[in-house]
Design a protein around this ligand. Structure first.
Ligand code: UDP
Ligand code: MG
Length: 161
């Protein structure tokens, strides 16, 4: 059953994907007909902190925020049917080692978290996508001002309303 509330989501292309895979990552969402409501490149540690506030008590929190500050990130607010669910499917499993090769994390990465821990590096997995509609609403608000979100029509909307 289609839930109107699952209509938008927040994607962040992390620093490791901005270095060479960013346009491919953007196209994966556009290819399925999702609409980009807002998109920008930023280097803003404060946003990364608010964005990952749910993980503030985890042992990996500081390393995670450092990773997000290693370079600029590209934030995208996307709109579409079951936006959160569809985008989580497109990005794949959190750990690139377990991600299906047809997903972004499986196609552009292969690192395992265990290997990263063993070599004292961060858990790089290319891209973030909101995990729930509630998380999406919070995260779009963290990364975008209202006037940075745009209302326009794309071709796929002629078929999906
Ligand atoms: N992460 C990490 N160490 C861990 C688990 C996660 O560094 O043990 C990082 C990883 O980059 C992940 C992010 O923290 O994408 C957020 O974790 P979450 O469990 O929310 O996964 P996601 O929603 O990104 O799939
Ligand atoms: Mg998450």
């Amino acid at each position: 059953m289609y839930h109107e509330r699952d209509r938008e989501t927040l994607i962040v292309i992390k620093p490791d994907a901005v270095r060479g895979s960013d346009s491919d990552v953007v196209s994966r969402f556009e290819d399925v007909g999702m609409k980009i409501m807002g998109m920008k490149m930023v280097r803003r540690g404060s946003a990364a902190r608010g964005h990952y506030s749910e993980h503030v008590d985890k042992e990996f929190y500081d390393r995670l925020v450092e990773y997000m500050k290693q370079g600029p990130v590209v934030a995208m607010a996307l709109e579409g049917v079951n936006a959160v669910e569809n985008c989580r499917k497109i990005i794949g499993d959190t750990n690139p080692k377990d991600a299906n090769p047809s997903t972004i994390r499986g196609r552009y990465g292969h690192m395992s978290f265990a290997h990263a821990d063993g070599s004292d590096s961060t858990h790089q997995n290319l891209v973030h996508a909101s995990a729930t509609p509630e998380e999406a609403e919070k995260e779009v608000g963290i990364w975008f001002e209202d006037d940075e979100l745009h209302d326009y029509r794309i071709g796929s909307e002629e078929h999906v309303r």
